[in-house]
Design a protein around this ligand. Sequence first.
Ligand SMILES: [Zn+2]
Length: 483
Amino acid sequence: MGLKLFNTLSRSIQEFAPLAPPKVGMYCCGPTVYDFAHIGNWRTFVFGDLVRRTLEFKGYAVTQVMNVTDVEDKIIKRVRETKTSLSEFTGKYEAAFFEDLKTLNCLLPHQTPHATEHIAEIIALIEKLIARGIAYQAADGSVYFSIEKYRGCGCTYGQLLKLNFDEMRAGERVKSDEYAKESVADFALWKARVPEDGDVCWPSPWGEGRPGWHIECSAMSTKILGPSFDLHLGGEDLIFPHHEDEIAQSEGATGKHFVKYWLHGAHLLVEGKKMSKSLGNFFTLRDLLAKGFTGREIRYSLLTAHYRETFNFTLEGLSGARTALARIDECLGKLREAVGAPNSDSAGTDVSSSQQHADSEIGVPNDLVARFAAALDDDLNISAAWGTVFEWVRETNRRLAENSLSTAEATVALTEWDKIDSVLGIGAPPAADAPAEVVALLEARQAARKAKDFKRADAIRDKLKAKGWVIEDTPKGPKLKKI
Ligand SMILES: [Zn+2]
């Protein structure tokens, strides 16, 4: 069964068929680095990570691009207020963002382009739009995208949602056209420098200024992924105007279909209410870590709801995440024990005993990976996916309690778990000190290597792995790491 996803462009669930399989080009709107990202932002980024991991699990060769918006109205305001430089200010929040991304065990995007490092590409794109007659410079020096001219070329503005152009025009007379744009719906591609911008500006054919927010995503996504690519993701709040404007700019400039599949993650509520600082339910990731929760628990919690459902994030839910993870960890711990102790009573290796059980019992659902994959194929049905995980945990625990799981079966179970965890990314509990027997094995492996007995060294490495430890060879010597 192939992967099916809800495409905002067609407003329907579609079979995922990339433009040039197995390659998949994927663009996620990234952070605006003016503050610490809050839990609502993180829901979207974890969703993006789930999409990427699912595609990789299915064998696609994904290129994930996530932009960093490091120049923008709010940033400039804060730079002014804090009397810092642009790079000093954004650098701090960018570093925090990537640290948080790691805390939540999100894979690092393959490319993370910065708006300020793509001014030339942005200018070139605006020049193209002006040459095509769908962008114009207004009296204040700013350059705007003309929706009327764009539509006049036979292009559609309002691909992701239906827009009422009469209503949009009705607003024209309102004094919202502070930049002297021709129509209220037109949006800025290049913002002419104003005194409040301080020294945050770049030279351009239209005078000093800075790019608008929407144009940076068009410039950087098409530069890296080409004029047409497979997937574009973001929170649903970005559908309009940001993503609609991205389509208009990109298709207006290239004349090509911009993105095949648009995926949008739904909002997040906190304790049943819209998150706001005044309600006291506004949490950054760091606030939650300070309350004693781990990135792993927060990731699990964010991954419990379907991406298109509004998710009610609660502290109670986070505590529930802790319990759920403990159940998984306990089961995995017992499996590792079973694998690492082939002579124990609990793990008979002889074929006859396992066959006997296979005949008489439902057994550990050894199709965990297949059923997990089928759940994800159904528009990333994560609840069903967790359902298969916990059913597997229940069955595995039952078999372990009955001493009816062979070493071979336990090994298979752990391998299956590793496969599905490549998607879930919940990994193992935070690092613990290695027990004495593990340290002894490491020493034995070192001795074997020294004696050039690589076969034995490898066998010990495998044994350690079965116990849940990997050896990392560092310049300072080998180090033990919990899987
Ligand atoms: Zn964007």
